[in-house]
Write a protein that binds this ligand. Structure first.
Ligand SMILES: Nc1ncnc2c1ncn2[C@@H]1O[C@H](COP(=O)(O)OP(=O)(O)OP(=O)(O)O)[C@@H](O)[C@H]1O
Ligand SMILES: [Mg+2]
Length: 216
């Protein structure tokens, strides 16, 4: 469960990108964050994923008050999150499978178990047949699915994504939406920032709409 109360983020320089935001996202819910360009969607997603720290208010995720945690504790908190960001940082000199293996190698999972789990994640996003390919050989939608496989391979309780369908055609965008909906169905909390009106309609009323940093 994610509980924000009077949450605010003021960037150095003084601009308050998120102001006085209070909301609750129940465990297992799928919630969209929407709003105009510059409304604060990315900032809110980064606050939830503990990539940015609040400058006011409080944010409690799975019972942990992120605003009160010491900086050194944040990497451990982030392990509960799967994150799909616009700047995907795929490793283009490694195979599709290696890209998904990486987060498991970081936590020290034995190779056989890691391979089994990475292949299962690739299967979920429909990319198992491409495991030996290089990411450069994948389409934009396939690269986005690879980023999702990498984000979920550690079995996060919360999956956050920032505009995962930007630059994709309708068909690929729908595929991506279905993948997130599948994770939601098996109990993962899903929070996605998007401009996509089709998604917003489908997920209504579970939509957080931002206007100049404020929830409306
Ligand atoms: N690191 C930063 N330092 C200073 N200001 C920032 C920073 N990141 C974002 N902002 C400002 O905060 C506001 C909200 O930005 P944010 O990226 O959260 O918006 P967004 O809703 O994701 O927009 P878009 O739809 O264009 O991605 C913007 O005015 C932006 O210029
Ligand atoms: Mg953004």
């Amino acid at each position: 469960m994610i509980v924000a109360s009077h949450l605010g983020k003021r960037y150095p320089g003084g601009y308050e990108a998120v102001s006085d935001a209070s909301f609750v996202i129940d465990a297992g819910q799928m919630v969209l964050v929407t709003g105009h360009s510059g409304a604060g969607k990315t900032t809110l997603i980064k606050l939830i994923a503990s990539i940015e720290r609040p400058t006011s208010g409080s944010l409690v995720v799975n019972g942990q008050n992120l605003s009160a945690l010491r900086r050194s504790a944040l990497p451990y908190v982030r392990r509960h999150f799967g994150m799909v960001f616009q700047d995907q940082k795929l490793l283009f000199d490694r195979s599709v499978l290696d890209n998904v293996l990486l987060p498991l190698q970081i936590v020290g999972l034995p190779h056989r178990e890691a391979t089994r789990r990475a292949q299962a994640a690739l299967d979920k996003v429909g990319l198992l047949a491409r495991e030996k390919a290089r990411p450069i050989a994948l389409s934009g939608g396939e690269q986005q699915r690879l980023a999702i496989a990498r984000a979920v391979v550690n079995r996060p309780t919360v999956l956050v994504a920032d505009e995962p369908t930007a630059n994709l055609d309708r068909e690929s965008a729908t595929d991506i939406l279905e993948i997130f909906a599948d994770f939601h169905r098996v109990g993962v909390t899903v929070v996605v920032a998007t401009h996509d009106q089709a998604w917003v309609e489908r997920c209504a009323p579970h939509v957080l709409r931002l206007d100049h940093g404020r929830l409306v």
